[in-house]
Design a protein around this ligand. Structure first.
Ligand code: ADP
Ligand code: TRP
Length: 322
């Protein structure tokens, strides 16, 4: 059994289809038979979100998304980063062994700088807090997106720097896991589905919104009765969500073409999505108005992780003398 953790910043809205297929469900599969936790990195979000009510709301929404995806009785510990009070202490201890030159190499603050964003000190030292999130719990594997690989390398460097400074193997070096089996889902404009392109279909969008967004999917200009190439954006999404029977039916209709235009295919796609997403959407609706339940789940997750970090920090504090 392996210890897994991942974190997600509560900076946006609900998850979209790309997040679901590329990150949320793969993490659920990896979690099976292992000890897995997922946390909402609200402290990390402070670098950019400057509104407490908004941050609390977005944090709650992420928790709700994950509970809907994994089920209310999931074994995955879901918790809020800020509910683990020893994390900032560990962050400081790790900062005290982290070379400035290591932080200077981080892509993340340079990217933010490139985009003209404010670079505060937390943006600069962000990878140290991320190392604390992982090293605190003796994690083996951290499932992340490609953009986080460098942060994982830094977490390993920081673990090594601490172990070397104190002459003991206190922190385990975690490895990154990047999901390779999942293809990139296209958004309505054919580019990668992404929050930042505003081309996404939300997993929890209401039916009317989904219908409208599907209507905006960019397609070819073949006529109603022409055969249609299968590399179109409607088929690309159907491929991921349709049952095999439904998909081969759509494929046949596209290949024949006759009387099957992109409008028809879009109506089929809406049905396919609603069917495939029904269980997760139903769980979401059931939990949406039960914020007390969601909060209790977050507290239970935090209790488990607090017990873990407390044990670890006993060793660390003894060693560092503070
Ligand atoms: P966004 O581009 O919308 O900001 P994120 O970068 O927050 O998405 O994505 C979080 C994770 O969701 C990524 O690491 C990746 O695994 C997955 N993901 C995001 N978009 C897609 C997509 N279009 N297709 C497949 N997976 C995706
Ligand atoms: N930096 C991650 C991101 O922006 C979020 C994160 C914070 C994280 N702490 C983590 C991910 C620890 C994995 C492990 O997506």
């Amino acid at each position: 059994m392996k210890h897994l953790i991942t974190g997600v910043k509560p900076t946006g809205s609900s998850i979209h289809l790309g997040n679901l297929m590329g990150a949320v469900l793969p993490f659920g599969r990896l979690a099976e038979g292992n000890d897995a936790a997922i946390f909402i990195a609200d402290l990390h979000a402070l670098t950019s979100v400057k509104n407490g009510d908004l941050l609390r709301k977005q944090t709650h929404e992420v928790a709700l998304n994950y509970l809907a995806a994994y089920g209310a009785d999931t074994d995955i510990a879901i918790f809020r980063q800020s509910d683990v009070a020893l994390i900032p202490k560990l962050n400081w201890i790790l900062a005290s062994v982290t070379p400035y030159s290591l932080m200077l190499r981080a892509h993340s603050f340079k990217d933010a700088e490139g985009k003209g964003a404010e670079i505060n000190m937390a943006t600069f030292t962000y990878p140290i807090l991320m190392a604390a999130d992982i090293l605190a719990y003796d994690i083996d594997v951290v499932p992340v997106g490609k953009d986080q690989i460098q942060h994982l390398e830094m977490a390993r460097d920081i673990a090594r720097a601490f172990n070397k400074a104190y002459g003991q193997d206190v922190f385990k070096e975690p490895s990154a896991h990047v999901e390779k089996s999942v293809e990139t889902l296209p958004g309505t404009d054919g580019r990668k589905m992404s929050k930042s392109y505003d081309n996404f279909l939300g997993v929890f969008d209401d039916e009317k919104t989904l219908k409208k967004k599907i209507g905006q999917i960019v397609t070819g200009s073949e006529g109603l009765d022409d055969p249609k190439p299968l590399d179109n954006n409607v088929y690309a999404l159907a491929k991921v969500f349709a049952t095999p029977e439904r998909l081969s039916e759509m494929r046949g209709k596209f290949e024949r073409g006759t009387g099957y235009g992109y409008g028809h295919a879009k109506a089929d796609l809406l049905e396919i999505l609603l069917d495939s997403l029904a269980p997760i959407r139903e769980r979401y609706s059931a939990l949406k108005d039960d914020s007390a339940f969601v909060e209790e789940k977050l507290r239970a997750g935090a209790r488990k992780m607090n017990a873990r970090i407390e044990a670890k920090m006993e060793v660390v504090s003894k060693l560092v003398g503070a």
